[in-house]
Design a protein around this ligand. Sequence first.
Ligand code: MN
Length: 228
Amino acid sequence: MTDTLFPPRATPVVPVNGQPGFPVARIFCVGRNYAAHAAEMGQEVDREAPFYFTKSAHAVLLSGRDMPYPPRTADLHHEMELVVAIGAPAGDVSPASALDAVFGYACGLDMTRRDLQAAAKEKRRPWDTGKDFENAAIIAPITPKDAVGPLGGLRIQLTVNGLVAQEARLSDMIWSVPDIIADLSTLYTLAPGDLIMTGTPAGVGPVGPGDLLEGTIGALDPVRTRIA
Ligand code: MN
């Protein structure tokens, strides 16, 4: 065995309904995938191609745990999203075969330090400090795809303290799950363990200590957290 200076950091593992857990490798996130959210951010949708940013696997917070209010922000936002869990390699695949790479689906929250993201956008700098920080990728248990069925008609919803903040249908996504996988697979060779956060509907907004967030998509396991 090779010596290491310190123990390698543990890989986050997301629970799977009825099966062993899903060890997380990379987290890809789609920007502006719902027209109404792009509009509320003051942006036009680029219909030429989707765009992406990433989060470290170590940004994962399992659903059900409290999210400590993060440092260096006064504007922590929720973004409720469908998460796609990749279970088979996919390099340069077509939309027609893209779903072969999918293991399952989950509810997730792309938590965002909106003030840091906005400052970065203004200066044309990377978004990392606004998007990729500890506990910023909150992931609910994964449901294998065969138990989910067609996605398009499913409702995606987020409540904050019981009040509806975000609501849409997955069919409102500009880039469908097969479209996203096909495009992303031309940039990266997707592999088991990768997660894709597919973008958020309109209604994003600030949360603070004590707020209870609960997100649902059809019959998938809800994503839940309390801001601590
Ligand atoms: Mn997002």
